[in-house]
Design a protein around this ligand. Structure first.
Ligand SMILES: [Zn+2]
Ligand SMILES: [Zn+2]
Length: 378
């Protein structure tokens, strides 16, 4: 697993560019005696471990892509490609899944059903995502998948522990672009223009009232503006300002309500200052909802494997997003957080200094094997 991980870590590839990564995963699977399936125009790899005994098929998933970050960990196997890094730990996910494949292959005669391995590209894409395209290409069929299990490294969970949650675990993530249009002019004579900078500032503040005044306080919502672009000089009022941001919600009904409220509010704020706003709103990944009964079976098996004290039940969902949610919309299953947090290592995911401890590989493989055991025993 260490060897696979080092090689994957050294050559990170961004979403939808994972051809080298695909080749490495396929080669590793071939080495284990598992015939990989690859796809035209899609960088996923899948394989099925067939076993003598009939039973439910469990699908295990890892993601392949890296991020546009320049690595600053100082690790001896740091990224060789400037501006690209496995800063989200997907190298750990892949190597653990390959490790699990090796263990399960060796124990095929003891398994109570087939296991399908899904190596998915483009998780970080954030728009359609690789999971949707993988499902379109039959990821959950032939053999028909009964349960899906995935995991993600988590810096907020102690190394050696696994965090789990029934029901909603991660948020839906949507993306919006707001353009405020007006009539620019001389900044010394604002009354002769319609000031889109002031209107945009009111829009940013006004959006926060969607969260604090229009939603139930116990129903988490995040609206963040991450980019503002407008203007060319300190004494010129521009014609247009563009704002881009993200909306995170946990309830399906809330998602639609926030979109409608955002559109209405932005238009009215802009109009009240004599400007005009257009809103482009695009839905990203849906809410990730863990199937309660399936999660219970997996947690029971993990408790036997790791012991009570290493399983952490999450109190509330995180506002991050994951396109594993798409598999969970098709089949019962569960997503888990694999702890990589230590007191010495505090760099968060997506940071240039994110360097999870290697022992996460063994833990990750053990989590996946135990999950298969628990689901097929049921
Ligand atoms: Zn990520
Ligand atoms: Zn990730």
């Amino acid at each position: 697993m260490r060897t696979w991980r080092k090689s994957l870590h050294e050559e990170p590839e961004l979403s939808n560019e994972e051809t080298r990564t695909r080749a490495k995963v396929a080669e590793a699977l071939n080495g284990l005696g598992l015939r990989p399936t690859t796809y035209a125009g899609f960088n996923g790899v899948s394989t099925t471990l067939t076993v003598p005994r009939a039973g439910p098929t469990v699908a295990l998933r890892a993601d392949l892509d890296a991020l546009p970050v320049t690595e600053a960990t100082g690790l001896p196997f740091s990224s060789k490609i400037p501006g690209k890094m496995h800063a989200c730990g997907h190298d750990i996910h892949m190597a653990s899944l390959l490790g699990a494949a090796a263990v399960l292959k060796k124990n095929a005669s003891k398994l109570r059903g087939p296991v399908k391995f899904l190596f998915q590209p483009a998780e970080e894409e954030g728009t359609e995502g690789g999971a949707a395209r993988f499902i379109d290409r039959g990821a959950l069929e032939s053999p028909h998948v009964e349960f899906v299990v995935g995991q993600h490294v988590a810096a907020g969970v102690p190394l050696g522990s696994v965090a789990w949650k029934k029901g909603p675990m991660m948020a839906a993530a949507d993306h919006f672009v707001i353009r405020v249009h007006g009539r620019g002019g001389h900044a010394g004579y604002p009354h002769r223009s319609t000031d889109v900078i002031v209107a945009a500032a009111e829009v940013v503040n006004g959006l926060q009232a969607l969260v604090s005044r229009m939603r139930e306080p116990t129903d988490p919502v995040v609206v963040s503006v991450g980019m503002i672009h407008g203007g060319s000089r300190h004494n010129i009022l521009p014609d247009m300002v563009e704002l881009e941001g993200t909306v995170r919600t946990v309830r399906a009904a809330t998602r639609g309500q926030v979109e409608q409220a955002l559109r209405r509010r932005v238009k009215h704020i802009a109009a009240s200052l004599g400007t005009r706003a257009t809103v482009t709103y695009r839905e990203g990944y849906p809410v990730l909802v863990n199937h309660p009964a399936t999660t219970e079976l997996v947690v029971r098996a993990l408790t036997e494997e790791f012991g009570d004290d290493r399983l952490v039940e999450m109190e509330s969902p995180t506002m991050g997003a994951e396109d594993f949610s798409r598999y969970l919309n098709e089949r019962p299953g569960t997503f888990l957080f694999l702890g990589v947090g230590t007191p010495q290592h505090t760099a968060p995911l997506h940071s240039a200094r994110f360097a999870p401890d290697e022992s996460a590989l063994v833990n990750g493989a053990a989590v996946l094997c135990a999950a298969v055991e628990g689901l097929q025993r049921a």
